[in-house]
Design a protein around this ligand. Structure first.
Ligand code: NAD
Length: 444
């Protein structure tokens, strides 16, 4: 099928590459010309495992093209994905300006029927808005005979495994009550439904809420575990034992019950805010969702509090090694990352940061530029040079195996604060380190 994708970010780019890979003819459009120049050469603009190879193969095969010309994309794609950003407004609601402007742009250019597929995460009622705006634009052009079908098709990929998630989706949600659009979506996604049907059809509004419900549920599990971790810590109980104990219950499972230094990223915090806003607008008091957010806000301050408690003289002039800048492993994305809350708080206290991340160093430099109190180190172990303490913010695999004797020799205060509970507290205590995790008994 001929497919176009508006927005070449984490969602649009991966979706475009995966659709091209199963044989569709895909044009990807973005307003960022630097990104498009880079993508045309097969250079991914983001770090995602498997993406570079996918781009190279499909560009070479002539199935994947990049452009800044919206008109080319509208002329090409019978099915047109909208995968642009929906950042939060001041009041927490989702900013729909990019989604609506792309929809108007398509309606302003299309000369044949088109199916607009909303991939962006958008609040309930957005498909109705897109339908109204496209109709109005078409009517104003005297194109009353043309149809712009609107499908709500939320995306569930996880950054860090986006290619795998998109290639083998757990489920495909199609929100549309239009038989023509449903048939097109069935054809488009047929290669992903070969072994068993993964597609669930529903109305647009339900599909829109599915995405928020999924993210809110996952965020709730994390905040639940973080609250229990605080309780465990005060009781001298090991939250990791509790985690294993409850995760083995198939009704609970192991996913998203890791205690830590809070959730971040471009989705959970933003989508919770938007869902809270939707609830308020509709006269529902979002008590649980507010609490989930509040627990997370506190959790992101926890590493700093734990650090401050170990340095009663204050953090001014201290040098802190930080491992992990990305909001989670296998991505370079630092949007709302716990590391940012920590580093910014450390700088406010007058401390210096020596940081390392396997993928997010360029992104960190882009965000913070050059400053005296931030040293981006070439390796994990370089951060330890002249450092007082080590803080771990992201659970990268490359941080799991460590020579603890070396750590003790290098860290002036022999202090490790682990926001991801990577290590065995007994082992670190035996090596002569002060090890403080999240919800772990403190062993001296
Ligand atoms: P992103 O910021 O990485 O990418 C958005 C892209 O859209 C940018 O490259 C931007 O230049 C481009 N763009 C903006 N206006 C445009 C226009 N008029 N025409 C063409 N391109 C335009 O965002 P993202 O992380 O890919 O997220 C996109 C949407 O998908 C959001 O609604 C997000 O909530 C949702 N989502 C994201 C994830 C994720 O893990 N990142 C997962 C599921 C859903």
């Amino acid at each position: 099928m001929e497919v176009s994708v508006f927005g070449s970010g984490y969602v649009g780019l991966v979706q475009a590459a995966v659709l091209a890979d199963v044989g569709h003819q895909v044009i990807c459009v973005d307003i960022d010309d630097r990104k498009i120049v880079q993508l045309r050469q097969g250079i991914p603009s983001i770090h995602e495992p498997g993406l570079a190879a996918l781009l190279e193969e499909n560009i070479k095969a002539g199935r994947l093209h990049f452009t800044t010309q919206a008109s080319d994309a509208v002329a090409h794609g019978k099915v047109i994905f909208i995968a642009v950003g929906t950042p939060p407004n001041e009041d927490g609601s989702a900013d729909l300006q990019h989604v609506l402007s792309v929809a108007r742009q398509i309606a302003g250019m299309m000369e044949q029927d088109r199916t607009l597929v909303i991939k962006s995460t958008v609040p309930v009622g957005t498909a109705d808005k897109v339908r109204m705006e496209t109709r109005a634009t078409l009517d104003a052009r005297d194109k009353t005979h043309l149809n712009a079908y609107v499908v709500s098709n939320p995306e569930f990929l996880k950054e860090g495994s986006a290619v795998a998630d998109c290639s083998r989706p757990d489920r495909i949600i199609i929100g549309s009550q239009d038989p023509i659009a449903q048939a097109q979506m069935a054809e488009l996604y047929a290669p992903f439904n070969r072994n068993h049907e993964r597609t669930t059809y529903m109305d647009n509004r339900s599909a829109e809420l599915v995405k928020y419900a999924a993210n809110a549920m996952l965020a709730t599990r994390i905040s639940f575990m973080n609250e229990l971790a605080s309780l465990a810590e005060s009781l001298g109980v090991d939250i990791e034992a509790v985690r294993k104990g409850i995760g083995s219950d198939p009704r609970i499972g192991y996913h998203f019950i890791y205690p830590g230094c809070g959730f971040g990223g471009s989705c959970f915090p933003k989508d919770l805010k938007a869902l809270i806003h939707t609830a308020e607008e509709n006269g529902i008091e979002p008590r649980l969702l507010r609490t989930v957010t509040r627990i997370n806000d506190d959790q992101r301050q926890l590493l700093l509090h734990k650090l401050k408690a170990q340095f009663p003289e204050g953090l001014a002039g201290k040098s802190i090694a930080v491992w992990g800048l990305a909001f989670k492993p296998n991505t370079d994305d630092m949007r709302e990352a716990p590391s940012r809350y920590l580093m910014e708080a450390l700088w406010a206290e007058g401390a210096r940061v020596r940081a390392f991340d396997p993928e997010a160093m360029t992104e960190c430099r882009r965000i913070y530029g050059y400053r005296n109190d931030l040293e981006l180190c070439a390796t994990r172990d370089d951060t330890l040079q002249d450092a007082d303490a080590l803080v771990i913010c992201t659970e990268w695999k490359a941080f799991r195996v460590v020579d603890f004797d070396e750590l003790r020799k290098k860290l002036r205060a022999r202090l490790v604060i682990d926001g991801r509970n990577l290590f065995n507290p007994q082992q670190l205590a035996r090596a002569g380190l002060h090890y403080i995790g999240i919800g772990l008994p403190y062993i001296r």
